[in-house]
Design a protein around this ligand. Structure first.
Ligand code: FAD
Length: 484
């Protein structure tokens, strides 16, 4: 099959689908082809504007026909792109389809950074397939070891029930990719707390991926959506709710089979609060603090690596984190090739309160802005960087608490002279404001603080707080009124 498109997009995750939707709205007369290796595409639904810059939304998986029926000028091809021939402006898929394009956007996401490749006892979590495999194995598991300290590890540790969890983290506090040690302390009591809320049935229809005959083994499906863990059964074969033991400041040193441990005369640890006193574990992990734990399997949740290896013949400029470098128009260094979402690394000089993090919200923002930029480029017009790149915002849930992160929420790159203001009520809320040179630079808001809109304005409007900072977190002062 030979197709011709004004715009081509590779990837059916949030980045690619948002790019296709925006292109279609901006330019209904053009011809758009989206090629995706996963049989289901990801769409954003239930978008809620929480404040001017903070959005919350759901991510739903839909069949490709959904996009084609809602956007008549978009054709979706279910195949993996094997070759990007940027010189001749042609894409070739592994099943022999070729797509000629004028502008292309690469939205191929990332793959899990698995601590050990090709070990049957180590599982990475990225797409629907991998989480199904996790659930299947968990059903028969008495104990698992979770390695990693980001969002995926945090959610897993909270959701898994009926199975002991050894959580091995390289930092001194939990969930450090998102929150500081103080907030981690706030969350700590939740780690082993019995869950009170019951699982609500998912109102949305769930589609399942067809057997992906077209997807080569080294190409992943789309990264999971927000309810990837919440409404899935994550239950092991034991009684009870949570039994989590945390090992701080460690990494994985070695993986052993039980008989290797026995031959070497090494000792297997058993946390005193755990029930499993057996030593018939299929796999054992030695941590860098010398402790050895047995488990049924290991979950590697140590982040993602952008899929930039796929089209390397094009000599893309690659950033240190492995992403394809893009400029402030989402253009790569290769003519007429754009990139958006997890695959790319923002290589422009960022606004003072913006940082890149590989998140749904940014995949959506980048996909949308890349589309605007592709349209402008086709008609030789210019675009200015979208205002969403002025302030980092992220809204999520950890341990069932609302979490909002604003600006340089962990003081990233601020250097000396930071002042931290804190308000903390155990089990209710945690508020951290970072002030530098009299100005609010970032904030962590956990719980129903109702401060997000005011803080967003204080950061963006660069309000001088020198005289007011003592009162900024005073619960008896309505700061919204004060700064109105
Ligand atoms: P992806 O969603 O990875 O989509 C890539 C697409 O490209 C897929 O359709 C894939 O099949 C396709 N593809 C790849 N190679 C090819 C090829 N050669 N040819 C054709 N198609 C190809 N973010 C948050 O904001 N909040 C969270 O709580 C959160 N939790 C997460 C939990 C998990 C388990 C994971 C894995 C991620 C989580 N993220 C979270 C991150 C978020 O999912 C990603 O940042 C986002 O989905 C990236 O979107 P994307 O479109 O760039 O890439």
């Amino acid at each position: 099959m030979n197709l011709k498109a004004d715009f081509a997009i590779i990837g059916g995750g949030i980045g690619g689908v948002t790019c296709a939707e925006t292109l279609s709205h901006l330019n209904p007369d053009t011809n758009i082809v989206l090629i995706t290796a996963s049989s289901l595409i990801k769409t954003v639904t239930n978008l809620v504007q929480v404040s001017e810059r903070i959005e919350s939304f759901d991510v739903e998986e839909k069949p490709k026909s959904y996009l084609e029926s809602t956007l008549p000028n978009v054709q979706v091809v279910h195949a993996a792109v094997a070759i990007l021939d940027s010189e001749n402006h042609i894409l070739k898929t592994s099943d022999g389809t070729s797509v000629g394009y004028k502008k292309v956007c690469i939205c191929t996401g990332g793959r899990p950074k698995v601590i050990v490749e090709d070990n049957p006892f180590v599982l990475g979590i990225r797409d629907t397939e991998s989480v199904q495999e996790f659930q299947k194995r968990l059903k028969n598991a008495r104990r698992i070891i979770v390695i990693g300290n980001g969002g995926i590890a945090t959610e897993l540790v909270y959701e898994v029930e009926g199975c002991e969890v050894i959580w091995a983290i390289k930092d001194k506090s939990i969930s450090s990719a998102f929150v500081d040690a103080g907030a981690a302390q706030f969350f700590l009591p939740c780690v082993n707390k019995e869950k009170t809320e019951s699982r609500k049935p998912l109102k949305r229809h769930k589609y399942t991926e067809e057997d992906d005959v077209t997807r080569p083994k080294n190409v992943t499906g789309g990264a999971l959506g927000p309810d990837w863990s919440v409404n899935r059964d994550m239950v092991g074969n034991q009684q009870g709710s949570h039994k989590v033991h945390i090992e701080y400041s460690v990494e994985m040193a070695n993986i052993f089979k039980l008989d290797e441990i026995k031959t070497n005369g090494k000792k297997i640890e058993n946390p005193s609060t755990f029930d499993q006193i057996t030593d018939d574990w299929p796999v054992c992990v030695e941590l860098t603090n010398g402790k050895i734990y047995g488990a049924d399997f290991i979950v590697s949740a140590t982040g993602v690596v952008p899929n930039s290896h796929q089209f390397s013949a094009n000599n893309f400029e690659i950033a240190e984190d492995g992403g394809i470098k893009v400029n402030d128009k989402m253009e790569t260094n290769v003519k007429d090739v754009f990139a958006a979402g997890d695959i790319c690394t923002a290589s422009w000089i960022p606004a003072p309160h913006w940082i890149q993090m590989r998140l749904w919200s940014q995949a959506r923002q980048m996909g949308c802005y890349a589309a605007k930029s592709m349209v402008a480029s086709l008609s030789n017009e210019d675009v200015t960087l979208d205002f969403c790149f002025e302030l980092f915002t992220h809204m999520t849930k950890f341990f069932n608490y609302k979490v909002i992160l604003l600006g340089k929420f962990n003081g990233q790159g601020l250097g000396e002279g930071q002042e931290i203001l804190l308000r903390f009520t155990e089990g209710v809320e945690y508020v951290k404001a970072i002030i530098q040179d009299g100005h609010l630079q970032g904030a962590v808001l956990i719980g129903e603080t109702d401060l997000e809109e005011t803080f967003e304005n204080l950061i963006l409007n660069k309000i001088d707080l020198t005289l007011f900072k003592e009162h900024l977190l005073d619960p008896n002062i309505d700061i919204e009124d004060f700064f109105d």
